[in-house]
Design a protein around this ligand. Structure first.
Ligand code: GFB
Length: 314
C-alpha cells in the first residue's frame, strides 16, 4: 500500500469503454473529475500495436484501464481458442507497449479468475496462480490473462512502471452479452427465462449438471473496485475482486427465474460442459484495503433484467 494515486484532473484512457466493464468504469469515473479518452472499435483496432501506440502517444493519458478483451462464456471459450488466446495477447501487449511509450503514470490490467488452476483451494487466494493445471474449457483465455499479469510485473521489474492487475470474478450487469451461443451463464439465464415466460413454455434448459458453483459481481461494483485499486494499490501482486460468496448454477437458475417471473420447470442439458467445479475468490486482500461489494445478487439481477428489457425485449 502506497500513497493514494489521484485521478482528479487526469486524462484517463479506458480501453474497452463500449464493453460492460469499460462502460461501468466510465460511469464510475464521472465523479472523479477526470478527462476520459476512448476510441471505438471502428476508430482503433486494439490488436494493432502500431496504431495503438500512435493513439496513446498522441492523446497522452496519465492513467489507463485495460478493460478491453475478447470475452465469452464456456462455449465460446472452448470453440474459438485462437480468438481468445491471440486477440487477448495482442490487445494487452499493444496497450502496454503504447502506455510505456507514452510514459503513462499508472495502468490497471483487468484479468479473470479463470487464471487459477481448475482444482485450486476454495476460496482461491492470489497465491494459487500457476500452482496447477488450468480448466480445459477456458485455458486459452486464461493463458492470455496470465500473460497480462506477467507483462505488468515485467514492466514493473524492468522499467519501474506502476502497472497493476485485478482479477474479477464472473461479472454481469448492464450492457452484457445476451447471445446464447457466446454469453456467460447469468445473462443467458435472463434471456432464457424471459423467452420462456413470454412463450409460456413449460421449461427452460440449463447447461450441464447445474452443480458447478460460481461467484457473481455486478459490473458497477467491479468498476468501483477497479477505480479503488487504481487509487490505492501499487504492487507486483495482483488482487482478486469478488463478493466472497458463491451459488450453484441450479440455485442461480431458480433465482433468475424468480426475478424474471418465470414459473416453469428447470431442466438440464447434460451434453453441455460444466467447466470448473467451483470458482470462489479469496477477497481478503481487497477487503483489508477497505473495499467490499455493495450490490446484492438478487438486486443486481433485477437491475440487469431491467437493462435487458430496455435493450432487447419487446
Ligand atoms: O458463465 P459460463 O459460460 O462460464 O458458465 P465459466 C458457467 C456455468 O454455467 C457452467 C453453466 O457450468 C455452464 O455449463 N451454464 C448453465 C451455462 N446454463 C448456461 C447457459 O445457458 N449459458 C452458459 N454460458 N453457461 C467462463 C470462462 O467460465 O468464465 C471465461 O469461460 C471467463 O474464460 C468467465 O473466465 C468469467 O464460469 O465456466
Amino acid at each position: 500500500m502506497t500513497i493514494p494515486y489521484s485521478l482528479r484532473n487526469k486524462k484517463v484512457f479506458v480501453a474497452g469503454d463500449r464493453g460492460m466493464v469499460g462502460s461501468a468504469i466510465v460511469r464510475r469515473l464521472a465523479s472523479e473529475n477526470c478527462e476520459i479518452i476512448s476510441a471505438s472499435r471502428a476508430e482503433l483496432d486494439l490488436r494493432d500495436a502500431q496504431r495503438v501506440k500512435d493513439f496513446i502517444v498522441d492523446r497522452k493519458p496519465q492513467a489507463v484501464f485495460v478493460a478491453a478483451a475478447k470475452v465469452g462464456g464456456i462455449l465460446a471459450n472452448s470453440t474459438r481458442p485462437v480468438d481468445f488466446l491471440a486477440d487477448n495477447l495482442e490487445i494487452e501487449l499493444s496497450i502496454m507497449r503504447g502506455a510505456f511509450a507514452a510514459e503513462v503514470e499508472k495502468l490497471l490490467f483487468l484479468g479473470s479468475t479463470c487464471i487459477y488452476p481448475k482444482f485450486a483451494p476454495q476460496p482461491m487466494p492470489e497465491s494459487a496462480l500457476l500452482t496447477g493445471p488450468l480448466e480445459a474449457t477456458n485455458e486459452w483465455y486464461a493463458i492470455a490473462k496470465i500473460a497480462g499479469i506477467k507483462l505488468c510485473q515485467a514492466y514493473r521489474e524492468q522499467y519501474d512502471c506502476d502497472y497493476i492487475s485485478a482479477m474479477p470474478t464472473n461479472l454481469y450487469g448492464p450492457g452484457d452479452n445476451y447471445d446464447l451461443n457466446s454469453s456467460h451463464v447469468l445473462p443467458a439465464l435472463i434471456a432464457k427465462a424471459h423467452a420462456a415466460k413470454i412463450a409460456n413454455a413449460p421449461s427452460l434448459t440449463v447447461w450441464g449438471t447445474g452443480l458447478p458453483r460460481r461467484e457473481f459481481l455486478h459490473a458497477d461494483d467491479c468498476a468501483d473496485a477497479l477505480v479503488f485499486l487504481m487509487q490505492h494499490w501499487s504492487d507486483n501482486e495482483h488482487v482478486n475482486v469478488g463478493v466472497g460468496e458463491d451459488i450453484s448454477i441450479s440455485d442461480l437458475a431458480r433465482l433468475v427465474a424468480r426475478v424474471v417471473g418465470y414459473e416453469g420447470q428447470i431442466t438440464n442439458d447434460l451434453s453441455k460442459p460444466d467447466g470448473t467445479p467451483r470458482k470462489l475468490v479469496d477477497v481478503t486482500r481487497l477487503t483489508a484495503l477497505g473495499w467490499t461489494a455493495r450490490i446484492p445478487l438478487e438486486q443486481g439481477i433485477a437491475d440487469a433484467y431491467a437493462d435487458f428489457k430496455r435493450r432487447h425485449a419487446c
